[in-house]
Design a protein around this ligand. Structure first.
Ligand SMILES: *Cc1c(COP(=O)(O)O)cnc(C)c1O
Length: 502
């Protein structure tokens, strides 16, 4: 190639992934934004959930695309085949598991975050300051000291795992990071209640301690950890030469929303020299409500708290969070030097400390932005009121269940979760069918759990859109499907959901 030809070649723009026609892209983007706002605004007109046909499922099976497809065509597929078959947790009738409802504010913030495409592993830029701000707000909410540290993660499962690792490092010292658990590590024992979330046992497993290192302590009638049983188990383990190091209390159990006596657990852990971690996945944010906060008394004494902004906080998925009282303990668990991650005192490589020193992830998205937007635009008080409203609705549902002779309440209502069922012979089977019938009808989406060996319909009121009419609709559906199932009939299910726009 001649020099002239080479220069000509270099001056031609290379193919980027940016659009050829920005105006066309802008118009398409605005359509997508409008459709999604309409979707949320009109969510009540849709079924909560509807099953996928085999034909729809088939739309998701193809060869890796090698050639380009028009954005408008890809969007049409999303619209036709994905939107009608989403989980349904945006809908006020969704009461299954513990799912947040999301907000349009959070959605818009997520779009802005994707535009900036920030990597929050470290370095000196404003997105890191946003995360630090949310960490500090969370620290204030739980009354933690200024030396506390915090970090956005995927969810509470990850935050609980990280808390186990911080407690493990605190118990075994620096050697565990180079030498692994060794003999001292094999003697570590952690404790939680039988009502704790399954991710606690999984965390012990992943941390190399094994799930057998978790003592599951019985609960009292209110589903709270029995402190005297905890004391006995720990004394026995110490006598057997084991090394108790961690107690995980629940602030909102997944089954019924029970809150352990956190002040009593705190005092016990202090006396025994144990790490006191709180799994507050959904319940911890009840601190935003002046009415509910007293139920969490003692949480301010925790060594660490795991929580999800994506549940009661209504921040779009995912936005889990870990808060650690002693930031130094947190840092010494995860920080590790690397030449290519050298910190400077000026330039983009400045800005210590870097969030990658506080967790397993190096590259990290901008989860903090949607949380910052949510906390700022609504304010903590309105979020607290919304959380208290969920609990008021749960009490209304409890009252409806108690007033209905065909229904039976299966657990006390502490917060926002109501466990009940339709009375019938073979009630486990009938209630499992009732829940599937309700899902397929599109009317609501409760889930199930097992309490004292009995299958319960479980309604967790988490969505800020849920109202009294939605509660009444759930009860009416349980009664209607219950009567049909008890009579041996197969209910007729209808309802179909339109795509976003045609
Ligand atoms: C949801 C939940 C978890 C798990 O949190 P993820 O965000 O789903 O990982 C853990 N504990 C409790 C009590 C929960 O409700």
């Amino acid at each position: 190639m001649s020099t002239a030809a080479r220069i000509d070649h270099l001056s031609r723009p290379a193919a980027t992934l940016d659009p050829q026609d920005w105006d066309e892209l802008r118009a398409q983007g605005h359509r997508m934004l409008d459709d999604m706002i309409d979707y949320v605004a009109g969510i009540r007109d849709r079924p909560v959930w509807q099953p996928m046909s085999e034909a729809t499922r088939g739309r998701f099976r193809s060869e890796l695309p090698r050639a380009p497809t028009d954005l408008a065509d890809v969007y049409r597929d999303f619209n036709e085949f994905v939107v009608p078959h989403a989980t349904g947790n945006v809908h006020p009738g969704f009461m299954g598991w513990v799912h947040g409802g999301g907000t349009v504010v959070g959605m818009l913030a997520e779009m802005l975050a994707a535009g900036l495409n920030a990597n929050l592993g470290g370095r000196d830029h404003a997105p890191i300051e946003i995360e630090r701000q949310v960490v500090d707000w969370t620290r204030q909410l739980f009354g933690f000291p200024p030396g506390a540290s915090g970090l956005f993660v995927t969810g509470t499962s990850m935050a609980n795992l990280m808390a186990v690792l911080v407690a493990r490092r605190a118990a075994l010292g620096a050697a565990v990071r180079q030498q692994g658990l060794g003999e001292p590590g094999r003697r570590l024992r952690a404790y939680t209640s039988t009502a704790a979330h399954g991710c606690i046992a999984k965390a012990l497993d992943i941390a190399g301690l094994g799930s057998d290192a978790l003592g599951c302590i019985r609960t009292d009638a209110a589903h709270r950890i029995d402190i005297s049983a905890l004391r006995t188990a720990i004394a026995q383990d110490r006598n057997a030469g084991l090394h108790p190091f961690l107690v995980v209390a629940s602030a909102g159990t997944v089954d019924i929303g029970a809150i352990d006596d956190l002040a009593a657990v705190a005092e016990f852990c202090r006396g025994e020299g144990l790490w006191f971690h709180v799994d507050g996945a959904f319940g911890a944010l009840a601190m935003l409500s002046a009415e509910l906060a007293p139920k969490l008394a003692g949480i301010e004494q925790a060594d660490s708290i795991a929580l999800d902004f994506h549940k009661w906080g209504q921040v779009p998925y995912d936005a889990g969070f870990l808060l650690v009282r002693d930031g130094e303990r947190h840092r010494e668990t995860f920080a590790s030097p690397a030449a290519y991650l050298r910190r400077e005192t000026r330039g983009l490589a400045a800005g210590a400390e870097w969030p990658c020193d506080l967790g397993p992830d190096l590259s990290r998205g901008f989860r903090a932005l949607k949380t910052w937007f949510t906390l700022r635009t609504f304010g903590g008080d309105a979020l607290g009121t919304m959380i208290a409203n969920s609990c008021a609705l749960a009490r209304e549902l409890e009252a409806l269940v108690l007033a209905e002779s065909e229904l039976e309440l299966l657990a006390p209502v502490n917060l926002n979760i109501v466990c009940f069922r339709y009375r019938a012979d073979d009630a486990d089977l009938i209630n499992r069918e009732i829940v599937a019938d309700i899902h397929e009808s599109g009317i609501a989406a409760p889930s199930t759990t097992t309490l004292d060996g009995r299958l319960a319909i479980r309604a967790a009121i988490v969505n800020h859109r849920t109202q009294r009419a939605d509660i009444a609709r759930l009860v009416a559906a349980v009664l209607s499907f219950g009567r049909q199932r008890a009579a041996g009939l197969t209910p007729l299910l209808q309802i179909e959901s339109p795509p976003l726009a045609l």
